[in-house]
Design a protein around this ligand. Structure first.
Ligand code: AMP
Ligand code: GLY
Length: 440
C-alpha cells in the first residue's frame, strides 16, 4: 500500500513513523514534511493546503490512501478534492471539517446531538460580548470562532482582558463564542470514524499552557502522556455513547458524513463529562505519545476508516507501557518564535533506549544541517514501564537537545505520576446539556 501524508509537523512525523512499521505499507510520501520526515520518506514541495495540488500529487503518485494531518487543508477542502479524484482519504470533507473550523457550528451540532458541552453564546460585537460575559460570570472563556492553531482561546478572571480578546477578534472581522467555565482535568480522546462506525484510541492528556503549573498563554500543546491511569474506567465508552457516535450520526443525517479522526477535547467537571471542543484531526503532541503505544498496524486502520470498513477491524492492540511526549519549543513561542538556529544532540536522543525524536518545526539549512523553523520545534517521546519511568526517559532525552533559547515544560505528566489528579465522582454519568433561549 502506498500512502501520501499531508502536513508539516510533529503529528505527521509520528503518523509516518507508524505507517512505516505497518508491513502492508510499501511506500510513504509526504508533502510538505519537515527535516525529520525527510529522513524517512520522499517529500514533495507542494502547497498542502491547495486541494487541486494535493489531488494532482496523489494521482501522479498513484497512492492508495491520502492521510491529511492538519486542520487547515481539511477546512480548505483538500479531502473533497482527493475523494473526487477517486482516492481513499483519511480526513473529513470541508463541510464536516466545520466541526473544528467553526466553534459556533460545533456547538450547533452538539446541541442537536444532545452532546454535553459548556453553555455558550455567540457574540458579534462588544455589547453582546459584555452581556455574554456577565451571563456566565468569571472565570471568563472567550474563543475566536475560526481556526486559530489552538491559540484563539482566552481563559481569564479579568473581565477587561476577556473583552479585549473579543474586540481583537471583532477587529479582525470575526465573531466569538463565549462560554461557561469548565473545571476539572482535561482529556484528549481520538475517535476514528468512517462516516458511521466509531473506534476510540487510548485517551491522553495534553498540556496547553506554555509554562509549568499551567501558567502563561495557551499554545498548540507542550507535551502529552498516555494512558491515563486516573481516568474513570467507563470514560471511553461514555464518550463514544454520548459524544462521538451521536455526533457522527448527526453529521451523517445532514449528508456530511464524518470520515477521519474526531478529536474530542473533554473536561471531567464536577457536573459531569463535558466537551470542551472538537477537532477534526489528530492532536499534536498527543499523537506522538498515543501512536508510540499502538500495536495495531496504522496503515490498514486508517484505510479501513477511509473506506467505511471500521466495523470489520479487530480490537485495537496497545503496548502496556506508558508514553510521554515533551515538546521543545523555540525561544519566544507562542509569540513570535525565534527560528533558524542549529539543533544539536538529536542522534544522542534517538540512541537512548525507548526514546525517539519527532520533528515539528524543523528544516534543513544550505549545508543539510537541521535548524529550527517553527514555534514547537520537536518532541522527545519516551515509552517506559510506567509514567514515572517514561517521564524520566523523556527528560533524559530533552536534556540532550541543544537549541539556543529553547524552552520546555518540566511538569508533563508530573501530577499524574504523583497521583495528584482529582476526578469528581460526577465526572462520568454526564448530565444532558441545558438548552436555553439564545444558547447554541
Ligand atoms: P480549545 O481551543 O477550545 O481547546 O481551548 C483551548 C484550551 O482552553 C482548552 O484546552 C482548555 O484548557 C481551555 N478552555 C477552553 N474552553 C474552556 C472552558 N469552557 N472552560 C475552561 N477552560 C476552557
Ligand atoms: N494538542 C491539542 C491540539 O492538537 O489541538
Amino acid at each position: 500500500m502506498k500512502v501520501l501524508v499531508i502536513g508539516p509537523g510533529g503529528r505527521e512525523h509520528a503518523i509516518i513513523r507508524s505507517l512505516l512499521a505497518d508491513p502492508v505499507v510499501t511506500e510513504v510520501h509526504a508533502a510538505p514534511g519537515n527535516a525529520g520526515i525527510g529522513e524517512l520518506v520522499p517529500t514533495h514541495a507542494i502547497n498542502g493546503n491547495d486541494p487541486a495540488a494535493v489531488a494532482a500529487l496523489a494521482t501522479e503518485l498513484a497512492v492508495d490512501l491520502v492521510v491529511v494531518g492538519p486542520e487547515a487543508p481539511l477546512a480548505a477542502g483538500v479531502a473533497d478534492a482527493v475523494r473526487a479524484a477517486g482516492i481513499p482519504v483519511f480526513g473529513p470533507d470541508k463541510a464536516a471539517a466545520q466541526l473544528e473550523a467553526s466553534k459556533a457550528f460545533a456547538k450547533e451540532i452538539m446541541a442537536e446531538a444532545q452532546v454535553p458541552t459548556a453553555m455558550a453564546l455567540v457574540a458579534t460585537n462588544a455589547d453582546e460580548a459584555a452581556s455574554a460575559l456577565d451571563t456566565f460570570g468569571a472565570p471568563y472563556v472567550v474563543k475566536d470562532d475560526g481556526l486559530a492553531a489552538g491559540k484563539g482561546v482566552v481563559v481569564t478572571k479579568d473581565r477587561d482582558e476577556a473583552l479585549a480578546h473579543a474586540q481583537t477578534c471583532f477587529d479582525a472581522g470575526g465573531t466569538v463564542v463565549i462560554e461557561e467555565f469548565l473545571d476539572g482535568p482535561e482529556v484528549s480522546l481520538f475517535v476514528l470514524c468512517d462516516g458511521q462506525t466509531t473506534v476510540a484510541l487510548s485517551p491522553a492528556q495534553d498540556f496547553k499552557r506554555i509554562f509549568d503549573n499551567d501558567e502563561g498563554p495557551n499554545t498548540g500543546g507542550m507535551g502529552a502522556y498516555t494512558p491515563l491511569e486516573w481516568a474513570p474506567p467507563g470514560l471511553v465508552q461514555e464518550v463514544i455513547d454520548r459524544v462521538a457516535q451521536p455526533t457522527v450520526n448527526e453529521m451523517a443525517r445532514r449528508g456530511t458524513p464524518f470520515v477521519g479522526v474526531l478529536f474530542v477535547g473533554l473536561a471531567l467537571t464536577t457536573r459531569g463529562t463535558r466537551v470542551i471542543e472538537f477537532n477534526v484531526r489528530f492532536g499534536d503532541p498527543e499523537t506522538q505519545a498515543v501512536l508510540a503505544r499502538l500495536k495495531t498496524p496504522l496503515g490498514s486502520l486508517l484505510l479501513a476508516a477511509a473506506k467505511g470498513e471500521l466495523d470489520q477491524i479487530e480490537e485495537l492492540r496497545w503496548s502496556k507501557e506508558t508514553a510521554v511526549a515533551v515538546v521543545v519549543a523555540a525561544e519566544n513561542y507562542p509569540d513570535a518564535p525565534r527560528t533558524g538556529d542549529r539543533i544539536r544532540g538529536l542522534k544522542k536522543v534517538d540512541a537512548l533506549d525507548g526514546v525517539h525524536v519527532i520533528h515539528a518545526g524543523t528544516a534543513l539549512d544550505a549545508d543539510g544541517k537541521v535548524i529550527s523553523a517553527g514555534g514547537r520545534v520537536l518532541a522527545v517521546v519516551a515509552v517506559g514501564n510506567d509514567l514515572v519511568a517514561a517521564r524520566e526517559k523523556a527528560y533524559d532525552g530533552v536534556e540532550l537537545v541543544q537549541l539556543p533559547g529553547s524552552q520546555f515544560r518540566s511538569d508533563i505528566g508530573r501530577k499524574a505520576a504523583r497521583n495528584e489528579i482529582k476526578v469528581s465522582a460526577a465526572a462520568t454519568g454526564a448530565l444532558p446539556i441545558t438548552k436555553a433561549k439564545g444558547l447554541v
